[in-house]
Write a protein that binds this ligand. Sequence first.
Ligand code: OOG
Ligand code: NI
Length: 409
Amino acid sequence: ASSTGRVSATWLRASFARSLSELYGSEVPAYTTLVEVSEQVNADVLASRDDAERLGTIERVTAERHGAIRLGTAEEMAQVARIFGACGMYPVGFYDLREASPAIPVVSTAFRPLDRDELAANPFRVFTSMLVVDDRRFFDEGLEAELRAFLAERVLFPEELLALADRAEAEQGLTRDEGDRFIELATAAFALSPDPVDRDWYARLEAISSVAADIGGVASTHINHLTPRVLDIDDLYARMTERGIEMIDRIQGPPRTDKPDVLLRQTSFRALAEPRTFTDADGSLSTGQLSVRFGEVEARGVALTPKGRNLYDTHGIDAFPETEEELDAQDLAYYVRDAAGGLAPIVYEDFLPKSAAGIFASNLTSDGSVDATREGAARDATWLQAVLRRELHDPYALYDAERSAGAVR
Ligand code: OOG
Ligand code: NI
């Protein structure tokens, strides 16, 4: 786009992903190492395997990132939906991390492109979580009220950014100058804030859940990881370990087998301690540390149907057949037929709640305290859709539609 031309949602999404990646790399050096090693692994796979691009072109995979953010209120969720909407990213799926072990006091969705063409152009996605402030297993009435008051005070996204987001959606794009400004403001909204953190407030929340402190203990939000995609995650894991970067002890998701790759495999390194300014009870400022930003990498396989997912959740990967033909014939995974009649996998574009909980858990800085005898708070996809004020897409409906549209069955 020239400086007088217009920029599209696709341009905004690709630019946003690139801009966040530059920011994160400048602030979290281990992320840069992770990206470099990922690119080496991908180049090696491309050179050594004929089918290297079966699950996505090297252009897509090289640019591919997902990030994660954590928010506190319905208002913030609706606002971020507008910002991502400008980038052609829409909420898909409902994840309740309170059902995980250990329970994390959030419910989540992922903002991502919906159409295959848009995914191919740039698949940037952001796993977005919202604190459940009225879940009594974590927060009593008093603390809920304090949390709500604290969260109501803060402004995460400036009016100018929201106005540009709305214009981009209404007018199907922005001028190049507006687009640049949108990217600048959106990136800044997810940078780590230098503002002082109230030490006592943060510590009170951290005693209950470090995720609650990360969300409700500060007056800002931040990207907490940015994840590149690799074509061989076992190789990546070994190379990172060789370079002296300590990864969590395992790769999450389906174990490596000789069977077709399904769903999503992920691994991460722990959050690094970063200096932060704190306000103490007497009003004085002091320096301390918080560990809130980490690194993660992932490998993606074919999307499973509800039947396939149920088999995976109940019996694991061992119960799966050996070949793609059988996965397709038994309606366990999503494929379309290519022009030559061969099977083309539909890539899994979403997340796994167990792995997500594992990612959260590997970065908890306190054991927390959960009172399991108290009442939770009801949350489901319908509730989240109302909060977002836009359609919450069902991932299976998207995969089904894609298979139907592309299938010669
Ligand atoms: C999100 C963790 C979930 C993933 O890849 O499963 C996630 C978070 O820590 O906020 O990003
Ligand atoms: Ni992640």
